[in-house]
Design a protein around this ligand. Structure first.
Ligand SMILES: O=C(O)C(=O)[C@H](O)CO
Ligand SMILES: [Mg+2]
Length: 275
């Protein structure tokens, strides 16, 4: 969906349109005006079936996550930083790439993982970088870009990538080709604040953006972020990627979409601004 200001927003089907069962959310997103979707976990469904849902609804798949383990398991946020779990990481990553190819999806989010007790940060980080170097090689011929997201420590205690600087350090260590950042503005605001500086600093590495307004992770305009300033920063930098609506609608998905007109309004023309 193009907002009045020209930025492109896609619907995260884990968070939006939860009024209907998952497979009905494709049509619901399309009916609400979205042309693209993302969701973390396609794996409970055969890829060909999801592909049909996308095609029937006229939607593009923007982003999925690589598989993660069961809640409560050491792999619950992925195996990428777990020493001794390379085989598991590799098979999960390959499965993620297979789904991404089948869904025509451009971007695969590889989660940072939870550092296990007794493993130093340096060891977990080195394991992560080694695994990601292999993953970038695997993805090269597919054209799929891998992305890394920093998550805040309040919602994701122990998450390896807890700051933009840490996620960016991995991108830099791997040379920045075929790998970039998923910058989730909700996590940035909760963990670090200083959103506009973070955006300006990370823009060359950003391949995907996600949005939600703290403190309740609801739609833009319902919390503490100055969204018109944030969106202007992306526009000023000619950001060409998608922006995923990864928020919990405060009062129904479709009701909540009025923020698009209010917070992402068309920039005033020079003549209007001068009046
Ligand atoms: O928690 C988040 O912000 C994410 O984007 C994870 O990928 C969950 O899907
Ligand atoms: Mg996110």
């Amino acid at each position: 969906m193009h907002a009045p200001n020209g930025l492109r927003f896609d619907a995260n089907l884990k968070w939006l349109f939860t009024e209907v069962p998952f497979e009905e959310r494709f049509d619901a997103a399309s009916a609400a005006g979205f042309t693209a979707v993302e969701y973390a976990d396609p794996y409970p469904y055969p890829a060909a079936r999801l592909r049909r849902r996308l095609t029937d609804a006229g939607l593009h798949q923007v982003l999925i996550n690589a598989p993660v383990g069961e809640p409560g398991s050491p792999e619950r946020a992925g195996a990428a930083c777990l020493p001794g779990r390379t085989d598991r990481f590799r098979s999960d990553l390959q499965r993620g790439l297979d789904y991404a190819v089948e869904l025509g999806c451009d971007v695969l989010h590889v989660l940072g993982g939870i550092r296990p007790d007794g493993i130093s940060h340096d060891r977990a980080f080195a394991t992560f970088v080694t695994n990601l170097a292999w993953a970038v090689d695997q993805a090269r011929d597919t054209g799929i870009c891998l992305v890394l997201e920093a998550q805040n420590s309040r919602d994701a205690p122990g998450y390896l990538l807890d700051t933009q600087a840490r996620a960016a350090a991995v991108v830099e260590a791997l040379g920045g080709n075929g790998i970039g950042l998923l910058l989730d503005l909700y996590h940035v605001q909760v963990q670090e604040g200083d959103l506009i500086s973070a955006l300006r600093e990370q823009l060359p590495r950003i391949r995907h953006v996600q949005i939600a307004d703290p403190p309740d992770r609801t739609e833009p305009g319902s919390g503490e972020i100055a969204w018109p300033r944030v969106f202007d920063t992306l526009l000023d930098a000619s950001y060409q990627g998608w922006i995923g609506c990864e928020y919990r609608p405060a009062d129904g998905t479709v009701n909540g979409l009025s923020w698009l007109a209010e917070q992402a309004a068309a920039p005033a023309t020079a003549a209007e601004a001068a009046r």
